[in-house]
Design a protein around this ligand. Sequence first.
Ligand SMILES: [Fe+2]
Length: 387
Amino acid sequence: MSSDFSKLRKFVSPEIIFGAGARKTVANYARTFGARKVLLVSDPGVEKAGWVKDVSDSLEEEGIEYVTFTDVSPNPREDQVMRGAEFYREHECNVIVAVGGGSPMDCAKGIGIVSANGGFILDYEGIDRIDAPIPPLIFIPTTAGTSADVSQFAIINDQSERVKISIVSKAVVPDVALIDPETTATMDPFLSACTGVDALVHAIEAFVSTAAGPLTDMHALDAIRLINGNLEQLIANPADIQLREQIMLGSMKAGLAFSNAILGAVHAMSHSLGGYLDLPHGLCNAMLLEHVIDFNYNAAPDRFKVVAETMGLDTRGLTTPEVKARLMARVIELKGHVGLTQKLAEIGVNYADISPLSAKAVLDPCILTNPRKSSKRDVEVVYEEAL
Ligand SMILES: [Fe+2]
């Protein structure tokens, strides 16, 4: 066998409808899946913004029955998933539609897992632990960042352990993603910044992941280009729908990349941090990004150089340490322009928290594909740098 062949790689993705008005096709897809009754999952904020009614009106117009479940908090919790699964069974639903950001979408995935497989949601933590296929999932994201609408990840907050657990399985890739940039117009600037930086981190971590390959690299690099080139302008011009569309496209491509190439230490550490202090996911990533780049750089200098060039930096004639310094400076500059300049200490992390945070981070599945092997002590040092 020739050693010239690439390593085997797989790529999974939902059917994607991308563009303004995509959400309006929801009833058509629900009908295609033989919907008897739809469970519509969302959260109070998205409901207030009008997107739940928008979707339920579409279902009503087509005469499709539905019940609505909006008992979902930011960083969705195991008890919310279990209540949602009970609600799904009680109402004899057979299709799940989620509208919202990462929280309702991850909760909807959890509801699907438990309703088809029984048991307790936290028992499905890890990679490929789901046996029975879950009900059809039709997802309509209203933020541009999380990419739960295209990914094989579901992140649930384990309240007793104060940590977010990752469920990774092809079973939780939605059947259909209706990605409609119009829905992101109701995001405030802080949420736009957090979700946009999250998407950038998805793309960078996917590109330097040990599981990266030709099926994901093109999506990761496109995403870096789109987000690096448009996010700062979007925060300055939040009503610009064309910028929203570019960021939504970047987020989608970042999602396709990371769903298949997995992530790295930023997400492993961010899941630990977000579960511990119930903080916005994108903010956690933002506070860690340049410090993890600093830690990882020498394990994948050629890949990081491509990241730097894709972010518009001229690397000609520069040494490796100079490219690294420029890339970290650009990341810090971008974060500053979108208003994410917090350090861990400012949001309530103490030195004493670092050991338990690190112990949990090294158990997160995302650490497995980080380009540099990371011990608990390594992770502690990165948290200390970000303090
Ligand atoms: Fe993320």
